[in-house]
Write a protein that binds this ligand. Structure first.
Ligand SMILES: *[C@@H]1O[C@H](CO)[C@@H](O)[C@H](O)[C@H]1NC(C)=O
Ligand SMILES: *[C@@H]1O[C@H](CO)[C@@H](O)[C@H](O)[C@H]1NC(C)=O
Ligand SMILES: *[C@@H]1O[C@H](CO)[C@@H](O)[C@H](O)[C@H]1NC(C)=O
Ligand SMILES: *[C@@H]1O[C@H](CO)[C@@H](O)[C@H](O)[C@H]1NC(C)=O
Ligand SMILES: *[C@@H]1O[C@H](CO)[C@@H](O)[C@H](O)[C@H]1NC(C)=O
Ligand SMILES: *[C@@H]1O[C@H](CO)[C@@H](O)[C@H](O)[C@H]1NC(C)=O
Ligand SMILES: *[C@@H]1O[C@H](CO)[C@@H](O)[C@H](O)[C@H]1NC(C)=O
Ligand SMILES: *[C@@H]1O[C@H](CO)[C@@H](O)[C@H](O)[C@H]1NC(C)=O
Length: 370
């Protein structure tokens, strides 16, 4: 490609991947709402075949639905099948510097893009973009203030991003950004590199779209690696786990102090964030759930028998089994009760769910909401 060709391609490529607007851009509006923070605590989620949905306490699914997001053995599966399809989830919380670790398998398919990025309200962006038709390279990119006239994409060797799970980690500080692929630092961007360094509170956004769809501009199709052949679909991106740490602890939200877009203008408002509260609560419930899952079926049936009333029908069906099992389950139940009593109100909530028969439902193959 000639140099001029490369530059015009670069311009298209920039436009192809960057987000170009936000609901309220603090560069243009001095009174945008605060950004809810992650703050203390670590968001650390492994998706499994029993996950029911992307928990709305943490994720806002802005494109896609229950049909296009499912959960399998390797994690959350984001699927697109026809022109115009895309699946996108955005975290409900923001971080101001920190770390993001995504274990995922990109979708295969020419022109299909699997991506995740940190993005702020004034359109600072730190990206990973994986082309479905390129089995040896993945792309890193960044933007400041949504300015796409700088071509910042770099391609990194990666062996079969569509053929297995890989670890993509972003480490973002006020001094530098690192893109780490399978534990190897692939790229480091220092703060003083020319251009607007990403430095404002950012949410994590991930998803799948077709840069190679025939309706996309030619430059986008070229950047994406060529036209998508929908007859070869559906195309699925699989996200096994996401771990996010906010460098700012004890922060409930972030405020832009002015319209400069500078890190110096960002105020971290102290307190526990909503996300942090959900994470802490979840941890308590999860440990109760783990002790439940750790029990034998004998004990579970025994406990179910003890609870009785709430699901009379099941009890009628299982009465004969119960008489035998209840006795055997009692010893395990006693141990479990002891552990349970050490917990507080969340636990009671959990037990009341159990009493309402939600366990029986979940045990029969529906997922949990956590
Ligand atoms: C600034 O943002 C606030 C909050 O979203 C909104 O109510 C207001 O209309 C915006 N002002 C301008 C000039 O866009
Ligand atoms: C994150 O979750 C994984 C899988 O559940 C677990 O092994 C790991 O210890 C967790 N890490 C932290 C820091 O909580
Ligand atoms: C989810 O995203 C939509 C579209 O961007 C937005 O209108 C809505 O406020 C978001 N909801 C939450 C809980 O963040
Ligand atoms: C994969 O990306 C690299 C880096 O941009 C490029 O040199 C190579 O031609 C691409 N391969 C395919 C099959 O698109
Ligand atoms: C965008 O970046 C280019 C290249 O660094 C720079 O020349 C231009 O002034 C920037 N535009 C804005 C609006 O900041
Ligand atoms: C992913 O890579 C990061 C950075 O090297 C590392 O700290 C983390 O432990 C890795 N995660 C897993 C699950 O291997
Ligand atoms: C896009 O590519 C097609 C096929 O190569 C070509 O016919 C068309 O003229 C191109 N359009 C533009 C705007 O470059
Ligand atoms: C968190 O912030 C609150 C509100 O300013 C303060 O009262 C509390 O001591 C802080 N907690 C920690 C652990 O720093």
């Amino acid at each position: 490609m000639s140099r001029a060709g490369l530059i015009s391609f670069a311009l298209y490529a920039g436009y192809a991947a960057a987000q170009t607007f936000s609901l309220c851009n603090p560069l243009h509006n001095a009174s945008c709402p605060n950004d809810p923070a992650l703050g203390s605590g670590i968001y650390n989620q492994t998706f499994t075949s029993t996950t029911a949905e992307l928990n709305p306490n943490f994720w806002n699914v802005t494109s896609g639905n229950a049909e296009t997001i499912s959960f399998g053995q390797n994690g959350a599966e984001l699927m697109i099948a026809k022109s115009g399809d895309s699946v996108t989830a955005e975290s409900t919380f923001y971080i101001m510097y920190g770390q993001v670790e995504v274990i995922m398998q990109a979708a295969a398919g020419q022109g299909i893009i699997s991506t995740f990025d940190l993005i702020s309200d004034d359109l600072d962006e730190i990206d990973i973009e994986i082309m479905g038709g390129n089995t040896s390279f993945v792309e890193s990119n960044w933007y400041g203030w949504g300015n796409t006239s700088q071509y910042n994409a770099v391609y990194h060797k990666c062996d079969g991003p569509q053929n297995g799970l890989h670890n993509y980690t972003l480490v973002w500080s006020k001094d530098e950004i690192q893109w780490i692929i399978d534990r190897t630092v692939a790229r480091t961007l220092p703060y003083d590199k020319p251009g607007q360094y990403p430095q404002t509170p950012s949410m994590l956004k991930f998803g799948i779209w077709a840069g190679g769809d025939a309706k996309q501009p030619n430059g986008t199709i070229e950047w994406a690696g060529g036209l998508t052949d929908w007859s070869k679909g559906p195309f699925t991106m699989t996200v096994q786990s996401i771990k996010i740490t906010d460098a700012s602890t004890n922060t409930s939200s972030y405020t832009y102090g002015d319209t400069t877009g500078s890190y110096q203008s960002i105020k971290a408002n102290p307190g526990d964030s909503a996300a942090y509260k959900f994470i802490s609560k979840k941890t308590t419930i999860e440990s109760a759930k783990e002790s439940w899952n750790g029990l034998s079926d004998t004990a579970k049936i025994g406990i179910g028998c003890g609870i009785g009333g709430a699901f009379a029908l099941l009890i009628i069906v299982y009465t004969a089994v119960c008489i035998v099992q209840r006795k055997r389950g009692r010893a395990e139940k006693a141990v479990a009760d002891k552990q349970w009593n050490e917990h507080t109100e969340e636990l009671m909530e959990y037990r009341s769910q159990m009493a309402k028969g939600q366990f029986a439902v979940s045990h029969m193959g529906h997922g949990e909401k956590f």
